[in-house]
Design a protein around this ligand. Structure first.
Ligand SMILES: *Cc1c(COP(=O)(O)O)cnc(C)c1O
Length: 387
């Protein structure tokens, strides 16, 4: 077969700043991660062992909570909390449509009905007023609302104070989706400590990421933790004896050992993300596109640095000519995707702000291993193209 014709660029393109680079973190931490993996390989114990138990203790301590439970992924962390709280068929769980589809998938995994609320356009997180409204006056034809899953999207905490008050008054459980917000603070307190329990994805791209699939959930409710620990492994408290109906969602020792290397580095990694965000904020200052909002007394952890533009696709192309890669989180809201369209109930706001946001959001490169030169390359591109 003939080789395909090749076009050779006349001038070399500028160095590329990737939107994400998972290999960079591994290369930076290689000796410690390799040693942790070797320790597991030679131990002869590969699933739910000493590394997992140690990671759970260390994560609970880092959160300032009583218990943390490792599991297979962030979707399962949400599902396990829902099951542990007894949420299932004949119950509605309110969340947002502007999220990773996983949030909604977890609700349907337990047989509950999702109700999708709109977002505050400034923070991209659940509109507390709409939540208060549906708790007071639930949409007709839906099973009773028994739980709410606020999502701290992009690393910005939800406006939890009015939501918690409304949920407590209504006797509705709160499960925080912290998959993008490990270490974010609201009023000086880590998100994940406000609700009944919190779910964290440890997918490789997340602020705390494994080198494979992993998840963890945290809570101060010891009884809930015990129930979930059993559900995670076939409902076992004793081996081969299912006291409750469970699933298989275990954390493997290799991922737990890798996460134990990374957890002590997480605060510094989040600080580096904030430093990069501050540089982008400065490059955008005074221009037509506002930097991401930090609303109230929050510490943002910039899982993503998201700007809005009515000419989003053209801007993405122009940034690409400067070697700057971007991404879209997410190009369609959950209720706009084929699997959910026309069958998933929406709140009274009909997700109007959500539908605007998905057309305009653009995520710039942000990860702790970006070099200062790469950050400056992004800033120069912004100064030139956003004016
Ligand atoms: C990543 C993510 C999840 C799901 O996590 P997995 O580990 O991929 O199952 C859930 N919610 C949000 C907001 C996420 O970003």
């Amino acid at each position: 077969m003939d080789a395909p014709a090749m076009t050779v660029p006349v001038t070399a393109p500028p160095a590329t700043v990737p939107q994400a680079d998972l290999g960079a973190a591994y290369r930076a931490q290689r000796p410690a991660i390799d040693a942790a993996v070797e320790r597991v390989l030679t131990s002869g114990w590969y699933i739910l062992g000493g590394e997992c138990a140690a990671f759970e203790r260390e994560y609970a301590q880092w959160m300032g909570q009583k218990r943390a439970i490792g599991c297979a992924n962030g979707t399962d962390a949400l599902m396990l909390i829902l099951r542990g709280l007894g949420i299932g068929p004949g119950m509605t769980v309110a969340t947002v449509s502007h999220t990773a589809v996983a949030t909604v998938a977890a609700i349907e995994m337990v047989g509950a009905t999702p109700l999708l609320l709109d977002i505050d356009p400034d923070t991209f997180t659940m509109d507390p007023d709409e939540l208060v409204a549906v708790l007071e006056d639930p949409p007709p034809g839906l099973p009773p609302i028994r739980a709410v899953i606020p999502v701290h999207l992009y690393g910005h905490p939800c406006d939890l104070t009015p939501m918690m008050a409304a949920c407590r008054a209504a006797g509705v459980a709160v499960i925080e989706d912290c998959a993008q917000a490990h270490g974010a603070l609201l009023g000086g307190t880590k998100v994940g400590r406000f609700g009944d329990a919190a779910a964290f994805s440890l997918y490789p791209t997340k602020n705390l990421g494994a080198l494979g699939d992993a998840g963890v959930l945290s809570t101060d409710d010891e009884e809930l933790a015990e129930r979930i620990a059993a559900i995670r492994q076939y409902g076992w408290k004793r081996r081969y004896m299912s006291d409750a109906v469970g699933v298989n969602s275990r954390l493997d020792e290799m991922q737990a050992a890798i996460l134990r290397v990374r957890l002590p580095l997480l605060n510094a990694a989040n600080a580096r993300r904030r430093q990069i965000a501050a540089a982008y904020d400065a490059a955008l200052a005074g221009g037509p596109i506002a930097p991401p909002v930090r609303q109230g007394d929050v510490e943002h952890v910039y899982h993503q640095y998201v700007i809005r533009s009515t000419e989003r696709d053209a801007l993405s192309e122009r940034l690409r000519t400067h070697g700057v890669a971007t991404a879209i989180h997410y190009p369609a809201a959950v209720h706009q995707q084929d699997a959910y369209r026309d069958r998933t109930p929406l709140g009274p706001a009909a997700c109007a702000e959500t539908e605007l946001a998905v057309r305009e959001v653009l995520s710039l490169p942000i990860f702790p291993e970006l070099t200062d030169a790469q950050v400056e390359q992004v800033c120069a591109a912004l100064r030139q193209e956003v004016r």
